[in-house]
Design a binder for this molecule. Sequence first.
Ligand code: ADP
Ligand code: MG
Length: 922
Amino acid sequence: MTSDPLEQLRVALRSAAVDQFAGVLAEGLGQRLREPTDRLLAAGVGPQERELRHFRGGLDRFEERGRQDRSRVVAHGLRVCLALSAARSDVAEAGKPKTGRRKQDLGRRLGKSSAKAQAGADASSSKSESAARTDDTAAPTSKKKTASKKKTASKKKTASKKKTAGKKTTASKKTTASKKTTASKKKTASKKKTASKKKTASKKTAAGNNADPELTALRAAAEQRQASVELLPGVGARTRDKLAARGLETIEDLAYLLPLAYEDRRRTSSLQDIEEGAAVVIDGVIRSFRQGWFSGRYSATLRIEQVQRNGARLGLEARWFHPVGGLGQRVTTGAPILLAGVVKRFRGKLNMVHPDVLDPEHGLGIALRYPQVEGIGQRTLVRLCRAALERLRAAKLAEPLPPALVREHGLPGQIEALSALHDPPDDLPEPALEALMRRDSPAHRRLAFEEFFFLQLGLLRQRGAYRSVPCALPPLAEGSFDSERLRACLPFEPTGAQWRVIAEIERDLARSKPMLRLLQGDVGSGKTAVAFAAALAVLDAGAQAALMAPTEILAEQHLRSLTPWCEKAGVRIALLTGSTPRAQRTSLLALLAAGEIDLLVGTHALLVEGVDFARLALVIVDEQHRFGVEQRGALRDKGAAPHLLVMTATPIPRSLALTAFGELDVSVIDELPPGRVGATTKVFAGARSLGRARAALVERVRANEKAYVVCPLVEASEAIDASDVEATAAALRKLVPKTEIAVVHGRMLGREKDAVMQRFRAGEVRVLVATTVIEVGVDVPDARAILIEHAERFGLAQLHQLRGRVGRSQGQSLCLLHTASARDSDAGRRLEVLEASTDGFVVAERDLELRGPGELFGTRQSGIPRLRFASFSGEGMKMLVAAREAALKIIDEDPTLARHPALRLELRLRTGDTQLWAGESG
Ligand code: ADP
Ligand code: MG
């Protein structure tokens, strides 16, 4: 992201517009659109203001809109954006040729020519961009730059560094200061902008040209790729705008627009032997054509005749129920015709509804279907994509993937692949065409590999950047880790898996580079003890550690489990949450800053301004997927390149782990502490199953057990048919009147929740009716039953988490899943996955298959990229692993890609305007 609200808006809109506006459903999109729009409005946009306000109006209640409606708003936004940037470049680039806007745009992406790059300090620019910019100035080629250039470069560097810092410690004083500077700088910059931009830009480009022929060539190539679609024959402003409304602005955008489907229309079929329902092409002679409005409805009927092998004539009737432009002119009685469509039999006659009318001379061939672009027909799209491809071919651009990789993996070259996709030859063998249809052709594989490769390259390069800052904490000496001391503090012997992970962490801590480790372990596998071991090692070296949890309940629980261990170890532990009383908070912060607290446990409250550590060397983030990447970065910024350990109990399929957390090394605790039996899971499906499910739970309660009941809602809703906490509690009270039943949900205050949890733990409350606030981490070992009502409303991984609340001690635990849907429905079958498996990884893989990666974590924030060509399942996984290995090999040899300018440029082009990944921002 950049600080330019227009650019930011454009990026958000484009990410929403891809693949038939699939992106409009992304979480948080409304906010991402409103924010820059409001900034634009505040800054003033001139004549476009009315249109922009109109668009802004559409963003109100965006979240409540349906997909169609959202798509309309986004399309409108894209048009407005286009008008805005056109207006902008009119001011800035008056007198330049038509392509000027694109060029300038490109220049900005390359961090070279725009006033923005000069102003530099841009409080919200992403790390990837600023890092890339820094790199570019630090590239080997900069040697030849003049002294004054170097100055600018280093200034930029400082600015962009500040920027990164600014983003992360948004709350810290420093930032406020630097933001102010930013604001004032920007102002000055924008004042001067119009006057000086053009000059500086051209000067710089010239200097750049002299500096390095290779880079110049790369830039020129990039310019070709990013040239406006207007350069294509027959594309004027109107077509351009229509394409832009779908996010297709450049030659490259079109070349990379994948056809959705292919149809084999190379042969005609005889009516005498066609199968009903098959898509075929029929050649014939026109017998009659009739069109008109009949009782208010349009209809057109075309009768054709086809001569069969035996000489017989068979007729076919084609019908249209809406006007088709030019149809009347194209059909003349007695003329030959080709119709493509599905043949059906209706009242004994063969007919086709809404067939395509093909050119009788050149109509046969492989037909392509592209995603809909409003106002542009399929034929035009085919032509435009081919024309775009031809331009790329003519430009003789270098292959974006390293050629050695292309060879090694037996992939087609870029142009070859694109050409196979947009322009398959008519003599393509049947199996190859089928592969195209399945999206499994070599060309598809090539694009998928390319996508994964650059994704991984970006992630690993970010990791390299973070790792290049040495830790403040000196490497722990080999063997300094005291396992006997750990044993003495813990009330149990760690499992083999726990010891293995502790050893992995110990090895990380013995290096001067910061640890970046993801610890996965199923619920109840004992991650807290591992975190404690890591903290102990760091604390013994005289530094501090922080443990951040997503909820207060969880933070408090961590404090409770860690306190006795810390007491034994002589570690000073404290808790900081949003509900820590003010006075206590003040003294706690003073202690923390003085280094008198060793281990600080808390929630988001750890991230705010004023929480300053004396010597923070280890950051542990629990249930990490619940935090945005930014928050992870913010906590890390409170120390000097601290070690990072993120923990998650949501088993993450390896494919996702490699992408969403691609910058992290992964450890897995794959063994549960002894004596765990897990839970037996039963599904209660069907309209009247809720009563039976509750009865089954009550049976356990009557046998003196503690139980959880989870409901989707806090209070009754008219719109959603699902149970709510209060109503369920009331129903249960009727069933077991003498049992104490309490509720807990997210709308309660922290201390209210605590009080209830405390009573549940102590056994005063025997049934806890809750929302998903209890989803993660809550540990009440003697609760052995859980009922989840309307379980179909939750993801499988989430249900697995909820199920993890029980089965934490000796004795058989029970998990009851209720759904009002039938067992034999999608929802019912999904729940059966849980009945069949208690292995979190199996469940997660199935969830990934069934619902896609975005759903697995219930949030887009988690940094899972949206893939255009690749997929996480099946073959995709192999490709991902291969791409990662390839990227790793390059990064290992050349961490900043200094020796790979082409790859660096490619990365930047790819991240400049699509959120290909949302990696660590630090
Ligand atoms: P999670 O991985 O879900 O965070 P916890 O760290 O909360 O799991 O551990 C779950 C429970 O198991 C806790 O009560 C903890 O004390 C206990 N525990 C952890 N490790 C062991 C072990 N090696 N042996 C016995 N109990 C253990
Ligand atoms: Mg835990």
